[in-house]
Design a protein around this ligand. Structure first.
Ligand code: PMP
Length: 305
């Protein structure tokens, strides 16, 4: 992976090589960081880059900071502006992924959240697909369990919680799967290692509720709105049993990195007829047009760089 040229670090845009922390940094030792993942897409008709829902991403980011007792004099708007400044300085003219990170920056020993200094950084880099087989993914149900809200809240997008995602993803990939779905301690479907999940049963689109130890995804919220408004579908949030995944008509995942990824096989069982279904296909078409600022109805989601 090519490293970025610039980073926003300690209050300024600096060459990426200068964006470094010491090994005693609290977040590096204890996982006390929180992060975000935002994409900017290029519209190939006018050549411009557009951030997708950055205010929503930064609202969630600041809420994650709040949960971890990190306070910054920033707003979703100011963080979006910093991102635009960084993208302009970097001169990107392709699709990019943006990684804001807030971290406990004190170089010290001591496991706690209070009385520890915090800082934040932003980096951006060119980015394509995250899940290679995004129209025909084969996933497994992980033997790992999702972190519970009372262990490390998935809602908080907390760096340390991603050790859980890393266990899930690596075991899945080393067993030849594209990704894994993970269950809650109670045995309900939660999400993917870095994606929210949806099933379609009898024309109803169903996704685990926000109380199922999921990250409250921006892509999740977007496709829920699109399914209702554009496909006229009933969209339901409720607990989903494991075996519903084996008998559903369609299954797909959503995320900033994974976008809308159709799952066509789970643990060697075909989903529906074993091919990407019509709901996932239509949502993908809508989504890819919208993120590239080609659908004026949803232009409020596109922030020009
Ligand atoms: N769940 C997890 C665990 C994630 O890391 C992500 C990626 N941010 C998502 C869901 C999807 O969220 P979003 O659509 O906001 O990217």
């Amino acid at each position: 992976m090519d490293l970025p040229q610039y980073a926003y670090f300690k209050g300024a845009i600096v060459p990426y090589a200068e964006a470094k922390v010491g090994v005693l940094t609290h977040a590096l030792n204890y996982g006390t960081g929180v992060f975000g993942g935002v994409r900017a897409y290029k519209n190939d008709e006018n050549g411009k880059l557009y951030l997708f829902r950055p205010y929503d991403h930064y609202r969630r980011f600041l809420n994650s900071c709040k949960m971890m007792l990190m306070e910054f004099d920033e707003t979703p708007e100011s963080l979006t502006q910093l991102t635009i400044d960084l993208l302009k300085k970097s001169g990107f003219s392709e699709d990019v992924y943006i990684r804001p990170l807030a971290y406990k920056s004190s170089e010290m020993i001591g496991v706690k959240l209070h009385d520890v200094e915090a800082d934040f950084s932003i980096v951006a880099l060119p980015f394509g697909k995250y899940v290679a087989n995004d129209t025909n993914a084969h996933v497994t149900i992980s033997s790992w369990r999702r972190l519970d809200d009372n262990v490390i809240p998935a809602r908080g997008k907390i760096s340390g919680a991603y050790a859980n995602s890393a266990f899930i993803k690596t075991d899945a990939m080393r067993s030849g799967f594209d990704e894994a779905l993970v269950l809650t301690q109670a045995g309900h479907l939660s999400e993917g290692s870095a994606e929210n999940v949806f099933i379609v049963r009898d024309g109803v689109m169903i996704t685990p509720s926000v109380t199922e130890n999921i990250l409250e995804g921006i892509t999740r919220r977007s496709v829920m709105e699109l399914a209702a408004a554009e496909l006229g579908m009933e969209v339901v949030e409720r607990p989903i049993d494991r075996t519903e995944v084996y008998i559903c008509d369609e299954l797909f995942m959503t995320g900033t990195a994974a976008q809308v990824t159709a799952i066509t096989k789970v643990d060697h069982r075909p989903v529906g007829n074993g091919e990407m279904g019509p709901v996932a296909a239509k949502l993908r078409d809508l989504f890819f047009d919208i993120v590239r600022a080609k659908n004026p109805k949803y232009s409020a989601w596109n922030i020009e760089v």
